[in-house]
Design a protein around this ligand. Sequence first.
Ligand SMILES: NC(=O)c1ccc[n+]([C@@H]2O[C@H](COP(=O)([O-])OP(=O)(O)OC[C@H]3O[C@@H](n4cnc5c(N)ncnc54)[C@H](OP(=O)(O)O)[C@@H]3O)[C@@H](O)[C@H]2O)c1
Length: 342
Amino acid sequence: MRTSPTRFIRALNTHLTTAAAANPPHRTMKLLYPTSLAFNEQAITGFPDLTLHPYDVNAPIPDSLIDAEILVTWTNTNLADAFARMKKLRWIQSLAAGPNDVLSAGFATTSSLTITTGSGLHDRTVAEHTLGLLLAAARRLHEMRDFQLQGKWPGHLGGPQPDRPAGSFRTLRDARILIWGFGNIAKTLTPHLLALGATVRGAARRPGIRDGIEVFAEDKLPELLPETDALVMILPGDPSTDNALNAERLALLPKHAWVVNVGRGSAVDEDALAGALDAGRLGGAALDVFKTEPLPAESRLWKTKNLIVSPHAAGGRPQGAEELIVENLKRFLAGEELKNVI
Ligand SMILES: NC(=O)c1ccc[n+]([C@@H]2O[C@H](COP(=O)([O-])OP(=O)(O)OC[C@H]3O[C@@H](n4cnc5c(N)ncnc54)[C@H](OP(=O)(O)O)[C@@H]3O)[C@@H](O)[C@H]2O)c1
């Protein structure tokens, strides 16, 4: 017996409806990753319920992706738009160690949204840059370049020199380095400083021994600062660190001491620092971060004596982003606490 086309279609519809009820459509989760860095999508494997979508960090999130649950951010300028429109977000993975941009867009960690940082992805690059700034300071490379640009021979910096004269910062050997903000970057930097013969101490919120280094709480700064040849600041930028290095603390540093800041500009009172440098009350400063970036043309820091301006160049190249995302995805899907939660 032949089935009429109408009966066949009706039967097919019934079959499809029954099958759909037995196997509801598979719910997938969307992860949006930024195209502002070279991202290896192939490295994010083993998550059958996850779909990956590249997105432009400088354009509004497309309507088709607005329902994403997971957003990876890097150098975004569209976060205010994302905050206003992405109502299903459950997790933001910033690739910056200090995701101030995510927080200032309005996102905050809540019971329904987790924000994780890229702390750990910048350890090597920032440690290397910090070491470079410290060596430039001690070896006066900036001064040599200043002379070179004037076609002058900086004779005072060459030829026979006193070896480690007291009250100076001319070498890392025997230099007393204090690292304020003793987290992942500090732990990567420290072995390089030790290898060059420096002594290293740390300051952080909690005191204790970390990776063999004595880390003090901030109430010990009045004792630590006068015994410091170079102060390395690697503090995050949040209200608790605002102007942490203020006039009062600057005054405790020896006259020859250098300040190197690779954390956040908000942690240094820039006017107080410039005042101390111009008055010769401090050896010098190498700043990679500023309260306003790019540093405005009218800033007095451009003309401040013995100041090296580095244009937020220490990090900027997250390393191992895919591994961190995979690790956190596993935890996210298992309902476990993520790595680097703010
Ligand atoms: N220049 C660049 O290109 C660049 C690149 C990457 C990162 N950064 C900056 O570097 C910062 C640090 O990065 P990280 O990966 O090393 O961070 P981390 O591992 O989270 O370490 C932060 C350290 O700061 C200390 N700290 C936080 N708040 C403090 C406070 N109010 N007073 C004293 N100490 C405080 C913490 O103390 P406890 O350990 O006691 O909690 C910890 O030792 C980032 O937040 C970012 O702003 C800059």
